[in-house]
Design a protein around this ligand. Structure first.
Ligand SMILES: NC(=O)c1ccc[n+]([C@@H]2O[C@H](COP(=O)([O-])OP(=O)(O)OC[C@H]3O[C@@H](n4cnc5c(N)ncnc54)[C@H](O)[C@@H]3O)[C@@H](O)[C@H]2O)c1
Length: 325
């Protein structure tokens, strides 16, 4: 297939690009590099630097090439920031997404894989979370994904766009060549590793009074290579129509357990300072991944937290300044 990966210079997108290329697909990456890195784009892919805000450029990209499908990653990702600046999230994650969908419909490229998020569920009543749980986001980031999913239903019924929306939980880990380099970094595992590496003096642990066994938030971590594989399978699945899947390991780890694991893996003490809860953080988010396993045949190859943290640590040690090194 010839695939357009929008946001393919980012963390998860770049790993997917490598996976698609190794499966023999042709890949074009469209990315503004606002948070991504040109160095993260595998040499076998063509990189078009541009912003989804630029509808004319999108029209040109689709006009000059043929694509069988589009995989989308180009959203802003920090739930905490979205509480302070909701407009930034709605504009990019919804407004600019509409430019992409309109260009796809105009050029009749009608297969789409969408990066949604566990954030659509907010504070779910039941754990593990199934796909039919109510959508009740507790921050604008999650809301932007929920709104995008609602829009997609209309593009399906009115325009024939077939989509698979993957609601994934916490992406983590690295491959040998590709890893997580967000600036500023807000995700727990890379921040813990920055403390282990001596780049940060102390880890701010947000919230130790949640209703969980050790009082810290519980999350479901999924290896970035496993996520990439889910996107590949999802692209294939669009042939049969639209669908929504959770992607997670079905196992939750508290922030405290992640820190302990990182201490073991790195051999460093990792100093922690307890801080108040962050607004918009749910206490527990753990996926039921039954549907994606049954329907797509997805099976995580790296479900073990220790291996996930090890892979991220190896990447951080090989590239202490991220893609700048
Ligand atoms: N990282 C996670 O744990 C996680 C969890 C659930 C869902 N997601 C979703 O997955 C997607 C990718 O996450 P990530 O961690 O790889 O993020 P990332 O910031 O590393 O990647 C996003 C990429 O999109 C590009 N981009 C952003 N806005 C753009 C625009 N308007 N035009 C063109 N390019 C643009 C960025 O430059 C970057 O390369 C996001 O949509 C995010 O909401 C991520």
């Amino acid at each position: 297939m010839r695939v357009l990966v929008v946001g393919g210079a980012g963390y998860i997108g770049s790993v997917t690009v490598a996976e698609l290329l190794s499966a023999g697909h042709e890949v074009v990456v469209f990315d503004s590099l606002v948070t991504g890195h040109a160095e993260a784009v595998s040499p076998g892919a063509e990189l078009v630097v541009g912003d989804l805000a630029d509808a004319e450029l999108l029209d040109d990209v689709f006009g000059r090439r043929t694509f069988d499908g589009v995989v989308y990653y180009a959203g802003f990702i920090a739930a905490g920031e979205s509480m302070r600046d909701p407009g930034k999230y709605f504009l990019n994650n919804v407004g600019h997404l509409i430019n992409l969908l309109n260009a796809m419909v105009k050029h009749q490229v009608l297969r789409f894989v969408f990066s949604s998020s566990a954030g659509v569920y907010g504070e779910p009543d039941k754990t593990p979370i199934e796909e039919d749980a109510p959508l009740a986001p507790v921050n604008p980031y999650g809301e932007s994904k929920a709104v995008a999913e609602r829009l997609l239903r209309w593009y399906d019924s009115q325009c024939g766009l077939r989509y698979v929306s993957l609601r994934y939980f916490n992406a983590a880990g690295a491959t040998e060549a590709l890893g997580e380099d967000h600036r500023p970094e807000t995700h727990l595992i890379p921040v813990v590793l920055e403390v282990a590496a001596g780049k940060l003096p102390v880890l701010e642990l947000y919230g130790t009074d949640y209703p969980t066994p050790d009082g810290t938030c519980i999350r479901d971590y999924v290896h970035v290579s496993d996520l990439a594989q889910a996107h590949s399978l999802a692209l294939e699945r669009t042939r049969k129509g639209s669908a929504v899947y959770n992607v997670g390991n079905g196992q939750g780890f508290s922030n405290g357990e992640v820190i302990e694991t990182a201490r073991r893996v790195t051999g460093h003490p990792i100093l922690v300072r307890e801080a108040p809860r962050r607004e918009g953080d749910a206490a527990v988010l753990v996926a039921s991944a039954t549907k994606v396993k049954q329907e797509l045949g997805w099976e995580p190859r790296f479900p073990d937290l220790e291996r996930i943290v090890e892979s991220a640590w190896r990447w951080h040690q090989a590239r202490p300044n991220g893609y700048e090194s």
